[in-house]
Design a protein around this ligand. Structure first.
Ligand SMILES: [Zn+2]
Length: 331
């Protein structure tokens, strides 16, 4: 057992219940929204999020990890207004989301840069989010997040990744990384994390579910990390049937304890011109898809309820407990 920080404060890891490991509530570029999405109605967006998250709770999900970090429009006061009205646990994250450069404010600020710093300022800020609270609030981050996509291990991506690894080593908080399995970037992330001393068991390799390449997925999982089968409903990459059959095959090969489920979904997002269009183009990309369609499809394909529970309950719990245990052992 260990304490996990949520928007309700610290809870025991045994209280996490069924967890969707990679979700969002609001995803946006705040400057774009302020200038070009004049339809954004804060109150309506909050009401909509509460209704959708309550619906998820009614389907049996107890916790989501909201991986909205710097670069995706993190706004903790807005999340707090949602969290106080829903029974769902929300774990929020710190870190940064970039595929190439460091976030602009760090371009000239850091060790050896114009504004020289004795230590990596991103790591220091991420640690503050975890230990003191985010943006002057009492809400603490319970997860660390970074990304590596098609451009690969650029200098900026590597700097963020090492900052995330250092924040992990200094705290008990585990890591989730956005990857692009088409270029096998999960392996690149694992290499950098390992160089920083991270136990790869404490990492979720996100978006692994975008791949049907079993050899690649097993190589990642064999190093101890959890595979994020976490984009259910994003059918234009690969469809639900392909995502399900990849999980079925991995479970047959003994990997049930290395898989976690999710959608990478948001209640409100600006990556398509309107929410209506988003729902029209991605009809299954909603919070209820895993419960309503994916779990029944897995069970029909011969996956046991025990294995479903392993993916939704045991693996996310171990993600937090294992990281906390190793942190204690390091001290
Ligand atoms: Zn995401």
């Amino acid at each position: 057992m260990s304490e996990v920080q949520t928007m309700r404060g610290g809870i025991d890891s045994s209280q996490l219940g069924r967890v969707l490991v990679h979700e969002h509530i609001f995803v946006m570029n705040p400057e774009f929204v302020a200038n070009y999405r004049l339809d954004f109605d804060e109150e309506a967006a909050i009401d909509g999020a509460v209704a959708e998250l309550d619906g998820l709770k009614a389907l049996g999900i107890d916790t989501i990890i909201d991986l909205t970090v710097l670069g995706l429009g993190r706004n903790i006061p807005r999340i707090a207004r949602v969290a106080e009205r829903t029974a769902l646990n929300i774990v929020v994250a710190t870190g940064a989301y970039t595929f190439d450069h460091v976030p602009e404010p760090f371009g000239f600020w850091g060790p050896g840069l114009l504004c020289d710093a004795p230590s990596e300022p991103m790591a220091d800020l991420f640690i503050r989010d975890i230990t003191e609270g985010i943006a002057g609030t009492a809400f603490k981050a319970g997860e660390l997040k970074c990304a590596i996509d098609k451009p690969g291990m650029t200098a900026g991506v590597e700097r963020v990744m090492r900052a995330v690894a250092r924040a992990h080593m200094a705290t008990r908080v585990p890591i989730s990384v956005h990857t692009a399995p088409s270029i096998q970037s999960g392996l690149d992330a694992q290499r950098v994390f390992a160089e920083e001393g991270v136990d790869l068991c404490d990492v979720i390799i996100g978006h692994s579910g975008d791949s049907t390449d079993l050899d690649y997925l097993m190589r990642v999982a064999d190093q101890g990390s959890i595979l994020g089968m976490d984009r259910f409903g994003i059918d234009f990459v690969i469809n639900t049937a392909e995502r399900v059959s990849t999980i079925v095959e991995l479970i047959k090969r003994g990997y049930a304890d290395r898989l976690a489920l999710s959608h990478d979904c948001a209640s409100w997002a600006d990556y398509l011109p309107t929410n209506e269009l988003r729902h029209q183009l991605l009809p299954d990309h909603r919070y209820h898809h895993v419960c309503r369609k994916v779990v029944p499809a897995l069970l029909e394909s011969g996956v046991s309820q025990r294995d479903v529970d392993t993916m939704l309950i045991d693996n996310p719990r171990r993600h937090f407990e294992g990281s906390a245990k190793r942190f204690r052992e390091r001290k």
